[in-house]
Design a protein around this ligand. Sequence first.
Ligand code: 5AD
Ligand code: SF4
Length: 434
Amino acid sequence: MKKFFIQTFGCQMNVYDSQRIINMLESYGMQQTDKIQDADIIILNTCAVREKATNKVFSALGRIKQSKKPTALFGIIGCVAREAGETAFKRIPDLNFVLGPQSYHKLPLILSNPDAKLLNIDLGGLEKFDELPQVEKSPALAYIPIQEGCNHCCTYCIVPYTRGRELSRPFKDVVKDVIQAANTGAVEICFLGQNVNGYKYIDSDGKVYKLSDLIKEAAKQDNIKRIRFTSSYPTEMTDDLINMFKTEPKLLPFLNMPIQSGSMSVLKRMNRPYDLNQYIDIVDKLKAARPDIQISSDFIVGFPGETEDDFEDTMKIAEKIKYINSYSFKYSPRPHTAAALMEDQIPEAMKKQRLAKLDSYLNELQRQFNESCIGKTLECLCEGLDKTGKHLIYRTPYMQQCVVNKPAEITWPILARIDITEANKASLRGTFSK
Ligand code: 5AD
Ligand code: SF4
């Protein structure tokens, strides 16, 4: 039996894409392996969002070349494939395939013609969603992509280049996926998209469907108990969507809505044309709709021209919103982006210093929020056993990890009410509520 090895870098969309590839290769009778030496085909599904991520891919390819079977095929798919294109073959001449994020369903071509060099980095639209086999049994948490690409053109971001213009999947196709997931084991649905709340599909009768319509459809499924979506652009949080947090109890009280910077002048140069008051208004409206809602964000520090005052404005907005579950990154100049050509690039040491300061504050906010959960009872979704096999890992509605002692019984609830008893900055501990 032929074996394949696949490693995934980057975002949830890549994790989803890899799962579809796994299904496809298994449908060809191949078996997944975690040992490169055993594999007949080796696939890296890659992320190009920061330079470090891209470099990691090429160093991994160098290592794979040394350890793989001489006959094994190897290559890259995803965003680095799209970014590097033909130059990937120049850097690693033995490489067999380079397939962009919208053409990885062409992978079987290399299986039928292993002597060829397969290059396809076209932005081919959404056909991959139709061409790949569906999962027969859904995991309890089903990720469902609803749109791909992005029209916002933030000046730092390579995604509009790697994933193309924004495309929304047909409403009925997404609903079909939701029903299929609900009927085969899903308890939670997470709608995915680079700009998920920009979802907009117009059918042949001119009827417009938005993310709020998808949430309503998912909520109709009795088996689905929790719904969320990621990642949202602030000014696309329209009132119909905000209102969902009031009317739809299955929608979790947690929203990832990256602000990136708290400085108006940096936001302007990032080409994120909203002002802070607008962002704060949206958060206030969300809180009015769902008082227990919590917000998470991504931040970029050291964007070209960022002054100490600009950075302090980012610290201030973090303090004002009291973000939880957030990520911060050093700005990384990327090809095909406007910011890479800007003057006033910030020295690495300063970026590092600012990142450390913001990171430690975000951790402190997380610790405070985690501690505020002690004594509460939260409904949590089971993710499985931890490495020791002695504990179960649950996920709270706020995406915190909650560790529970494994009960003596052989089975345990997928969805459980858990009394939170302890907290630290990284996770919670709890017991099943009686
Ligand atoms: N440099 C650093 N971080 C970046 N991100 C996107 N592009 C860059 C870049 N050039 C971050 C943003 C985004 C997250 C997925 O990655 O914060 O929200
Ligand atoms: Fe990375 Fe963005 Fe591509 Fe996801 S879409 S893999 S975050 S570059």
